[in-house]
Design a protein around this ligand. Structure first.
Ligand SMILES: [Zn+2]
Ligand SMILES: [Zn+2]
Length: 334
Protein backbone atom coordinates (compact mmCIF):
# COMPACT_ATOMS: atom_id res chain seq x y z
CA UNK A 1 0.00 0.00 0.00
CA UNK A 2 1.54 3.32 -1.01
CA UNK A 3 1.81 6.22 1.37
CA UNK A 4 2.15 9.83 0.45
CA UNK A 5 4.80 11.82 2.30
CA UNK A 6 4.09 15.44 3.03
CA UNK A 7 6.61 18.07 4.09
CA UNK A 8 5.36 20.94 6.15
CA UNK A 9 6.53 24.32 4.84
CA UNK A 10 5.98 27.69 6.40
CA UNK A 11 4.24 30.09 4.07
CA UNK A 12 5.75 33.11 5.75
CA UNK A 13 3.15 33.69 8.46
CA UNK A 14 4.30 34.54 11.95
CA UNK A 15 3.72 32.04 14.74
CA UNK A 16 1.06 34.28 16.28
CA UNK A 17 -1.01 33.85 13.18
CA UNK A 18 -1.28 30.16 14.02
CA UNK A 19 -0.61 27.07 12.02
CA UNK A 20 -3.55 27.42 9.68
CA UNK A 21 -1.27 28.83 7.02
CA UNK A 22 1.11 25.91 7.00
CA UNK A 23 1.47 24.70 3.47
CA UNK A 24 1.67 21.01 2.78
CA UNK A 25 3.51 19.98 -0.32
CA UNK A 26 3.79 16.44 -1.63
CA UNK A 27 7.36 15.33 -0.89
CA UNK A 28 7.34 11.97 -2.56
CA UNK A 29 4.82 9.32 -3.38
CA UNK A 30 4.88 5.59 -3.84
CA UNK A 31 2.21 3.80 -5.80
CA UNK A 32 -1.00 5.64 -6.46
CA UNK A 33 -0.91 9.43 -6.60
CA UNK A 34 -3.99 11.22 -5.35
CA UNK A 35 -4.64 14.93 -5.56
CA UNK A 36 -6.45 16.78 -2.76
CA UNK A 37 -9.66 16.56 -4.81
CA UNK A 38 -9.19 12.81 -5.21
CA UNK A 39 -8.69 12.51 -1.46
CA UNK A 40 -11.89 14.44 -0.78
CA UNK A 41 -13.76 12.08 -3.13
CA UNK A 42 -12.17 9.09 -1.43
CA UNK A 43 -13.20 10.51 1.94
CA UNK A 44 -16.85 10.68 0.88
CA UNK A 45 -16.68 7.05 -0.25
CA UNK A 46 -15.14 5.75 2.99
CA UNK A 47 -18.38 5.09 4.85
CA UNK A 48 -19.61 2.96 1.97
CA UNK A 49 -16.48 0.91 1.39
CA UNK A 50 -14.94 0.34 4.80
CA UNK A 51 -15.75 -2.56 7.01
CA UNK A 52 -18.03 -1.24 9.67
CA UNK A 53 -18.00 -1.90 13.33
CA UNK A 54 -21.44 -2.59 14.70
CA UNK A 55 -23.05 -1.67 17.96
CA UNK A 56 -25.13 -4.53 19.15
CA UNK A 57 -26.28 -6.88 21.87
CA UNK A 58 -25.45 -7.39 25.51
CA UNK A 59 -22.35 -9.39 24.50
CA UNK A 60 -20.38 -6.14 24.17
CA UNK A 61 -21.35 -5.14 27.72
CA UNK A 62 -20.57 -8.61 29.10
CA UNK A 63 -17.14 -8.57 27.50
CA UNK A 64 -16.57 -4.97 28.59
CA UNK A 65 -16.02 -3.76 25.04
CA UNK A 66 -16.30 -0.02 24.54
CA UNK A 67 -17.67 -0.62 21.09
CA UNK A 68 -18.14 -3.74 19.08
CA UNK A 69 -15.82 -4.22 16.16
CA UNK A 70 -16.56 -6.83 13.57
CA UNK A 71 -14.87 -7.30 10.21
CA UNK A 72 -17.28 -8.27 7.46
CA UNK A 73 -14.98 -10.66 5.64
CA UNK A 74 -16.64 -13.93 4.50
CA UNK A 75 -13.37 -15.90 4.62
CA UNK A 76 -12.59 -14.63 8.13
CA UNK A 77 -16.12 -15.32 9.36
CA UNK A 78 -15.94 -18.92 8.04
CA UNK A 79 -12.54 -19.43 9.71
CA UNK A 80 -13.80 -17.98 13.01
CA UNK A 81 -16.93 -20.19 12.95
CA UNK A 82 -14.74 -23.21 12.13
CA UNK A 83 -12.56 -22.35 15.13
CA UNK A 84 -15.65 -22.34 17.39
CA UNK A 85 -16.94 -25.62 15.92
CA UNK A 86 -13.59 -27.35 16.51
CA UNK A 87 -13.28 -25.90 20.01
CA UNK A 88 -16.81 -26.96 20.98
CA UNK A 89 -16.27 -30.41 19.44
CA UNK A 90 -13.06 -30.86 21.42
CA UNK A 91 -14.71 -29.75 24.66
CA UNK A 92 -17.77 -31.99 24.22
CA UNK A 93 -15.77 -35.11 23.26
CA UNK A 94 -13.24 -34.59 26.06
CA UNK A 95 -16.04 -34.23 28.61
CA UNK A 96 -18.16 -37.08 27.26
CA UNK A 97 -15.43 -39.62 26.51
CA UNK A 98 -12.50 -38.80 28.78
CA UNK A 99 -13.90 -37.08 31.85
CA UNK A 100 -17.43 -38.10 32.65
CA UNK A 101 -18.21 -41.40 30.92
CA UNK A 102 -19.85 -42.89 34.03
CA UNK A 103 -19.58 -41.38 37.47
CA UNK A 104 -17.94 -38.36 39.03
CA UNK A 105 -14.68 -38.99 40.89
CA UNK A 106 -11.80 -36.83 42.11
CA UNK A 107 -9.75 -37.29 38.91
CA UNK A 108 -12.56 -36.28 36.56
CA UNK A 109 -13.72 -33.43 38.84
CA UNK A 110 -10.31 -31.73 39.11
CA UNK A 111 -9.43 -32.28 35.47
CA UNK A 112 -12.94 -31.25 34.43
CA UNK A 113 -12.65 -27.90 36.23
CA UNK A 114 -9.16 -27.20 34.81
CA UNK A 115 -10.06 -28.28 31.27
CA UNK A 116 -13.36 -26.42 31.04
CA UNK A 117 -11.89 -23.27 32.62
CA UNK A 118 -9.08 -23.24 30.05
CA UNK A 119 -11.61 -23.84 27.26
CA UNK A 120 -13.77 -20.96 28.49
CA UNK A 121 -10.77 -18.60 28.73
CA UNK A 122 -9.73 -19.58 25.19
CA UNK A 123 -13.24 -18.79 23.93
CA UNK A 124 -13.36 -15.40 25.68
CA UNK A 125 -9.86 -14.53 24.41
CA UNK A 126 -10.94 -15.35 20.87
CA UNK A 127 -14.10 -13.23 21.06
CA UNK A 128 -12.12 -10.34 22.56
CA UNK A 129 -9.40 -10.61 19.89
CA UNK A 130 -12.07 -10.67 17.18
CA UNK A 131 -14.36 -7.96 18.51
CA UNK A 132 -11.80 -5.42 19.75
CA UNK A 133 -10.58 -2.55 17.66
CA UNK A 134 -6.96 -3.60 16.95
CA UNK A 135 -5.83 0.04 16.78
CA UNK A 136 -7.54 1.56 13.76
CA UNK A 137 -6.57 5.12 12.89
CA UNK A 138 -9.59 7.44 12.56
CA UNK A 139 -10.70 7.76 8.96
CA UNK A 140 -10.29 11.00 7.08
CA UNK A 141 -8.09 12.87 9.55
CA UNK A 142 -5.59 13.93 6.88
CA UNK A 143 -7.42 16.37 4.67
CA UNK A 144 -5.63 19.64 3.95
CA UNK A 145 -7.82 21.52 6.42
CA UNK A 146 -7.34 19.07 9.25
CA UNK A 147 -3.60 18.76 8.67
CA UNK A 148 -3.19 22.50 8.83
CA UNK A 149 -4.84 22.55 12.26
CA UNK A 150 -2.48 20.00 13.78
CA UNK A 151 0.30 22.40 14.69
CA UNK A 152 2.98 20.56 12.77
CA UNK A 153 6.49 21.92 12.87
CA UNK A 154 8.16 23.32 9.78
CA UNK A 155 10.15 20.60 8.03
CA UNK A 156 8.20 17.81 9.65
CA UNK A 157 7.25 14.92 7.42
CA UNK A 158 3.98 13.08 7.85
CA UNK A 159 2.60 10.15 5.91
CA UNK A 160 -0.97 9.65 4.97
CA UNK A 161 -2.84 6.68 3.61
CA UNK A 162 -4.64 7.56 0.37
CA UNK A 163 -7.25 4.86 1.00
CA UNK A 164 -8.22 5.87 4.55
CA UNK A 165 -7.24 9.53 4.03
CA UNK A 166 -5.66 9.33 7.47
CA UNK A 167 -2.30 10.23 8.95
CA UNK A 168 -0.15 7.15 9.35
CA UNK A 169 1.72 7.26 12.63
CA UNK A 170 4.96 5.37 12.93
CA UNK A 171 4.63 1.56 12.73
CA UNK A 172 1.15 1.79 11.23
CA UNK A 173 0.17 -0.35 8.27
CA UNK A 174 -2.88 -0.45 6.05
CA UNK A 175 -4.79 -3.75 6.09
CA UNK A 176 -6.58 -4.53 2.85
CA UNK A 177 -9.02 -6.89 4.60
CA UNK A 178 -10.01 -4.54 7.42
CA UNK A 179 -9.70 -1.61 4.99
CA UNK A 180 -8.18 0.43 7.79
CA UNK A 181 -4.75 1.61 8.90
CA UNK A 182 -3.83 -0.31 12.06
CA UNK A 183 -1.39 0.76 14.77
CA UNK A 184 1.50 -1.67 15.25
CA UNK A 185 -0.16 -4.13 12.92
CA UNK A 186 1.40 -7.56 13.36
CA UNK A 187 -0.65 -9.49 10.82
CA UNK A 188 -4.24 -10.09 9.74
CA UNK A 189 -5.41 -13.37 11.21
CA UNK A 190 -8.41 -15.00 9.49
CA UNK A 191 -8.83 -17.39 12.46
CA UNK A 192 -9.83 -14.44 14.65
CA UNK A 193 -11.27 -12.52 11.67
CA UNK A 194 -9.32 -9.43 12.65
CA UNK A 195 -5.97 -7.73 12.52
CA UNK A 196 -3.59 -8.31 15.41
CA UNK A 197 -2.51 -4.82 16.43
CA UNK A 198 -1.60 -2.64 19.36
CA UNK A 199 -4.93 -2.92 21.21
CA UNK A 200 -5.84 -6.58 20.80
CA UNK A 201 -2.48 -8.34 20.80
CA UNK A 202 -2.91 -9.35 24.44
CA UNK A 203 -6.14 -11.22 23.64
CA UNK A 204 -4.60 -12.91 20.61
CA UNK A 205 -1.58 -14.10 22.62
CA UNK A 206 -3.91 -15.38 25.38
CA UNK A 207 -6.02 -17.16 22.77
CA UNK A 208 -2.98 -19.04 21.43
CA UNK A 209 -1.79 -19.78 24.99
CA UNK A 210 -5.13 -21.15 26.24
CA UNK A 211 -5.78 -23.19 23.09
CA UNK A 212 -2.28 -24.70 23.41
CA UNK A 213 -2.87 -25.50 27.11
CA UNK A 214 -6.36 -26.93 26.60
CA UNK A 215 -5.10 -29.09 23.70
CA UNK A 216 -2.10 -30.40 25.64
CA UNK A 217 -4.31 -31.13 28.65
CA UNK A 218 -6.76 -33.01 26.47
CA UNK A 219 -3.93 -34.99 24.83
CA UNK A 220 -2.56 -35.96 28.25
CA UNK A 221 -5.98 -37.17 29.43
CA UNK A 222 -6.43 -38.99 26.14
CA UNK A 223 -3.18 -40.88 26.68
CA UNK A 224 -4.11 -41.80 30.27
CA UNK A 225 -7.59 -42.90 29.17
CA UNK A 226 -6.21 -44.97 26.30
CA UNK A 227 -3.70 -46.80 28.53
CA UNK A 228 -6.42 -47.43 31.12
CA UNK A 229 -8.90 -48.73 28.51
CA UNK A 230 -6.37 -51.04 26.89
CA UNK A 231 -5.43 -52.32 30.37
CA UNK A 232 -9.07 -53.16 31.22
CA UNK A 233 -9.82 -54.49 27.74
CA UNK A 234 -12.25 -51.60 27.04
CA UNK A 235 -14.35 -52.34 30.12
CA UNK A 236 -17.31 -50.43 31.53
CA UNK A 237 -15.53 -47.11 32.03
CA UNK A 238 -14.58 -47.04 28.36
CA UNK A 239 -17.90 -48.15 26.96
CA UNK A 240 -20.27 -45.24 27.48
CA UNK A 241 -20.42 -45.24 23.71
CA UNK A 242 -19.74 -48.41 21.72
CA UNK A 243 -16.06 -49.36 21.53
CA UNK A 244 -15.68 -48.48 17.79
CA UNK A 245 -17.41 -45.11 18.34
CA UNK A 246 -15.18 -44.41 21.36
CA UNK A 247 -12.05 -45.23 19.36
CA UNK A 248 -13.13 -43.00 16.45
CA UNK A 249 -13.93 -40.12 18.81
CA UNK A 250 -10.59 -40.54 20.57
CA UNK A 251 -8.69 -40.63 17.26
CA UNK A 252 -10.34 -37.45 15.93
CA UNK A 253 -9.79 -35.74 19.26
CA UNK A 254 -6.13 -36.79 19.22
CA UNK A 255 -5.59 -35.43 15.71
CA UNK A 256 -7.34 -32.17 16.57
CA UNK A 257 -5.38 -31.83 19.81
CA UNK A 258 -2.06 -32.42 18.02
CA UNK A 259 -2.83 -29.94 15.23
CA UNK A 260 -4.18 -27.26 17.56
CA UNK A 261 -1.39 -27.57 20.13
CA UNK A 262 1.34 -27.51 17.47
CA UNK A 263 -0.12 -24.57 15.55
CA UNK A 264 -0.91 -22.45 18.59
CA UNK A 265 2.38 -23.20 20.36
CA UNK A 266 4.31 -22.02 17.29
CA UNK A 267 2.08 -18.93 17.09
CA UNK A 268 2.47 -18.24 20.80
CA UNK A 269 6.28 -18.44 20.61
CA UNK A 270 6.32 -16.25 17.47
CA UNK A 271 4.21 -13.63 19.22
CA UNK A 272 6.35 -13.68 22.36
CA UNK A 273 9.48 -13.28 20.23
CA UNK A 274 7.90 -10.35 18.35
CA UNK A 275 6.92 -8.69 21.63
CA UNK A 276 10.32 -9.23 23.28
CA UNK A 277 12.21 -7.87 20.26
CA UNK A 278 9.67 -5.01 19.90
CA UNK A 279 9.25 -5.79 16.23
CA UNK A 280 5.92 -6.75 14.65
CA UNK A 281 5.51 -9.59 12.16
CA UNK A 282 5.30 -7.13 9.26
CA UNK A 283 8.42 -5.28 10.39
CA UNK A 284 10.32 -8.56 10.67
CA UNK A 285 9.14 -9.52 7.20
CA UNK A 286 10.16 -6.21 5.65
CA UNK A 287 13.49 -6.20 7.47
CA UNK A 288 13.40 -2.43 7.65
CA UNK A 289 15.80 -0.50 9.79
CA UNK A 290 13.79 0.47 12.87
CA UNK A 291 13.00 4.19 12.99
CA UNK A 292 11.60 3.87 16.50
CA UNK A 293 13.43 3.42 19.77
CA UNK A 294 13.18 -0.25 20.65
CA UNK A 295 11.93 -1.05 24.12
CA UNK A 296 13.44 -3.68 26.37
CA UNK A 297 11.68 -7.00 26.96
CA UNK A 298 9.96 -5.92 30.17
CA UNK A 299 8.68 -2.63 28.77
CA UNK A 300 7.50 -4.35 25.59
CA UNK A 301 5.56 -6.92 27.60
CA UNK A 302 3.98 -4.12 29.63
CA UNK A 303 3.08 -2.27 26.42
CA UNK A 304 1.05 -5.30 25.32
CA UNK A 305 -0.33 -6.79 28.56
CA UNK A 306 -0.62 -3.77 30.85
CA UNK A 307 1.63 -1.43 32.79
CA UNK A 308 1.66 -3.51 35.97
CA UNK A 309 2.80 -7.12 35.98
CA UNK A 310 0.01 -9.12 37.64
CA UNK A 311 -2.37 -12.03 37.19
CA UNK A 312 -4.43 -9.66 35.03
CA UNK A 313 -1.96 -10.31 32.25
CA UNK A 314 -3.58 -13.74 31.92
CA UNK A 315 -7.14 -12.50 32.30
CA UNK A 316 -8.88 -11.86 28.96
CA UNK A 317 -11.61 -9.87 30.73
CA UNK A 318 -9.10 -7.18 31.75
CA UNK A 319 -8.30 -4.56 29.15
CA UNK A 320 -4.60 -3.65 29.20
CA UNK A 321 -4.07 -0.01 30.26
CA UNK A 322 -2.16 1.06 27.20
CA UNK A 323 -4.36 4.01 26.23
CA UNK A 324 -7.30 4.24 23.91
CA UNK A 325 -5.44 5.77 21.00
CA UNK A 326 -7.30 9.04 21.16
CA UNK A 327 -5.22 10.24 24.07
CA UNK A 328 -1.91 9.13 22.63
CA UNK A 329 0.06 11.70 20.67
CA UNK A 330 0.68 10.86 17.06
CA UNK A 331 4.19 10.03 16.15
CA UNK A 332 5.01 11.08 12.65
CA UNK A 333 7.44 9.29 10.44
CA UNK A 334 10.30 11.67 9.84
ZN1 LIG B 1 -5.16 3.01 5.32
ZN1 LIG C 1 -6.89 -6.61 9.02
Amino acid sequence: MGSIGLRVENSGMTPSQGNSQIRLEPLHKKGQHLSEEDLEKQLSRLSETNNHCCRCCGLTRFLKLQKAWFIQDPCGIICAVLTYVLLVYGVIVTNAVLLFPLELDLYSSINGVIFNTLGFLALVSHIKAMMNDPGAIPLGNATRNQLSQLGLKVGQVVYRCPKCVCIKPERTHHCSVCKRCIRKMDHHCPWVNNCVGEYNQKYFVLFTLYIALVSLHSLLMLLIHFISCVGTDWGDECAYFSVPATIILMMTLGMEGLLFSLFTLIMFCTQLHAICTDETGIEQLKREQPTWTKKGKCLSMKAVFGSKMSIDWLNPFVKPDIGSGKDLPYMYSV
